[in-house]
Write a protein that binds this ligand. Sequence first.
Ligand code: UDP
Length: 465
Amino acid sequence: AAASPRPHVVLLTSPGVGHLLPLAELAWRLVARHGLAATLATFTAPGAALASLHAAGVATVSLEDLPADATMEPDFPDRVRRSIPRLRALLRSVSAAALVPDFFCDEALPLAVELGVPAYIFYPTNLAAHAIMRRLVALNDGAAGERRGLPDPLRLSAHVSLRRADIPAGFADSTKPQFARLLDMGRRYRAAAGFLVNSFYEMENAGEEEIKLSAEQDAYPPVYPVGPLVRSCSDEDHGASAACLDWLDRQPACSVVYVSFGSAGSLSVEQTAELAAGLESSGHRFLWVVRMPSQHNELESRDNGKDKEEPLAWLPEGFLERTSGRGLAVAAWAPQVRVLSHPATAAFVSHCGWNSALESVAAGVPMIAWPLYAEQRMNAAILSETVGVALRPREREDGFIPREEIAAAVTELMEEGEKGRAVRGRARDLKEAAARAWAPEGSSSRKMEEVAGEWKAAVLARQKQ
Ligand code: UDP
């Protein structure tokens, strides 16, 4: 008799590189390690970066054709609702054992309920963010009409207290339009069968404690930390990417500061110049992924000498010449996972996107936290104050970070002042913990095996009926 087909899981990702990449990695692991079949459904064309998924047997389907750089839009829930007929057909055609929508795809939950397919919501961010969402729902339960934002400061556990300024505005401020949407999302999550969170116990035990405490009262399904889902499929290594790695090969061990603000973060022209000045005066080597400055459209008419498509043209006059030999600036994109695990890389100036943070931790590289938007300020607070793997430069009231602060943070970390040494030591320890989490008996691989086991058992039970 033919072997019975593998139970099939459908994963659904909202747009955004930081959501797509970890969910793709999860899909890959479900196939490679847990004996499942997987299809990753996206709202964008998945792109060449994910070509390796096909080799791993993960099918990808696009639910809509949108530009690859589409980010979260206010009407995203509506797009999920529009995709429901196609998603229903997909789930039926593979007799889905489970649906794994990411945290922004909550509008797909009623479909899972309708079809009797268990839904496990994927959190590409951390346990603290999940705990905050639950706290928000709890605060507003039963409060008909009245909206209650989170307190300031928000005490998440005995060890974690977040200032309002570091909490995403949509959670903290009940007058913001996102507040109602977040509340809806959080309430809808109760229809899920579980949460898969891209974090791991050693990194975020405080978040886990908080969730355990609230679990008794808030009627949410179990949470499984299954991180760090750092991609194991290799980045492309041609063109600009190869140039970064070749350059790193020529630098001494543990000598380079890597600077990057993720797939969408950009600085103002003034802040770009200030960062350049800070890096220059620190005297250290650096690899800087430069993106177009944030207001370049308004400034173009003023500076019409600049090439509007070329990020490096916005660096200060003479900067590249003065730092040549010890600094490399690349436009837009670097093969980050490989850069971070390169022996020459010693520190990471990061916007604290959660994937970047996990990649840094998995490579044992300490960070300088430079959050820009979304939940990045919260991540920066957690990474510097709770986890202890980052230094956080002081910003001015208007958010501007002066060159002296930048140079001081780089020096502290690279020349191992007292704080720098502590942060570096913590990063080294967490690197080992991260590797353990996904080792065969590690906490995250056991959690994933537990969930995969439930999915398989449910399929078997269904077949016997
Ligand atoms: N990334 C990369 N090269 C870059 C910028 C980003 O490979 O030059 C990858 C990075 O490794 C991470 C993802 O893009 O996996 C960005 O996700 P993150 O959560 O850090 O930030 P976001 O882009 O969502 O703000």
